[in-house]
Design a protein around this ligand. Sequence first.
Ligand code: HEM
Length: 453
Amino acid sequence: MTKSTPPMVSGALPVVGHAAEFQRNRPDLIRRGFVEHGSVFALKLANQNVAVVIGPENQKKFFMETDGRLSIQEPYQFLKAMFGEALFLAPHDKYLQQRPLVQELFKREKMLHYVDVMQTVVQEWLDGLDDSGKMDITSEIGVLVQEVAGNCFLGPEVHQAIGREFWDLYIDVGKALDPLLPPDLPLPKFIKRDKAKARMTEILGPIIAERRTNPHKYDDFLQDIINKAGEGDEPIDEEMVRNLLVALMFAGHETTAGQAAWTLIFLLQDPAYLQKVLDEIEAIAPAGVHIDPKRMVQLDHIAWAVREVERLRPSADMLMRVVKEDIEFGNYLIPEGWLVQVAQEIAHKLPSQFAQPETFDPLRFAPDRAEDKAHRFGLIGFGGGTHKCTGMNFANNEMIIITALMLRQFEIELVTQDTKILRGLGANKPTKTIVRYRRREPALAEPVLAAVA
Ligand code: HEM
């Protein structure tokens, strides 16, 4: 018997379908679809049919069929105006050439270096804060994560010389992201984007040339990318260096900033768990102590909190693919040309996967419960399969460092009590959240190092 297409969620309007509601409040729309029809259902975004698939087995199929019957390249075409044919925007054979290069940027010895850079940058920021005051944790962490990315990706010299201007240009490029309009329309935002890209080329050109001449002088992402050959034995071309750099900044900065800010917010909302974190910091990495890999892996309570934020507040709340060849999900047939979507925010709140899923409960990841191990595709904040986030360890390490260093040197309390999710095209983040902070007494902040050596 031929299978039918998935049932349509209620509320579709003539012509636009669910497009307006999708833009306004996609999680509620998807939640309603799930309640009405279960784990596979459809919605309509104007002319485009979309199948939403929920639950670990469907998610597994979504990720395993990517680059087969499902295309990751097509739904994200609008990103090409920002970073050309970098990563999964490239044709598949080119993607396969780039992928090992990008993976190498994150291998263990590189990561050890980045973790050191992260600590230096975060510590400098903390040293520059007043002894007490108020700040918006969302925007402050946003800037801090830019500093970390700038220092790791561009290297400290380049970042100091051009970092601020580069980020401003990057923001102009990012603001022009538009999944609907053709990217070459003569609109002010597209004109600004092209100017920003031209300026980036101007800035990076001489830097890349110097790096090619003196490859051993530098140790950062930019140099690692330049050191790699392009196609065949040709040096990697300058445009690809720029594209990869901007792509990695895009993939890694707002996502990490959002989840890092949420980690602090959730911890400050849960004094009992916060105390466990503070005890852990005091026992393993008190103020003044360098967090080396041995200490890093012992910061379990922070790592579980970071993972719980991935579950409850994933920066990316949906992922898309285009169906290249008819495919079945559950009892339904999803025809060629449809979009298929997974929805992390809903998938992460299935009671079949996570006990009391609405509650912030990092201990669910402790070894005796290990709820994330129940199914490999149950927790998908960093995606899955071939395209699983290459920067996952980088991001998790950065969030752990920010949390540990801030909490061990400052007492912090929330002033804003009702932080909400601010949804963006690149990533979600918390709305403005004011905290009050006070530097801890030096006696507490700098215990005798010998005690922990
Ligand atoms: C909390 C922070 C982050 C989150 C939530 C996140 C999330 C994701 C997700 C969901 C994907 C899969 C996309 C898909 O399947 O459609 C992905 C891919 C990717 N991410 Fe991340 N990411 C984060 C941080 C980073 C960082 C710091 C970097 C690098 C500096 C990075 C680099 C990448 C790259 C290169 C890919 C593409 C992998 C491929 O296609 O082979 N991400 N990320």
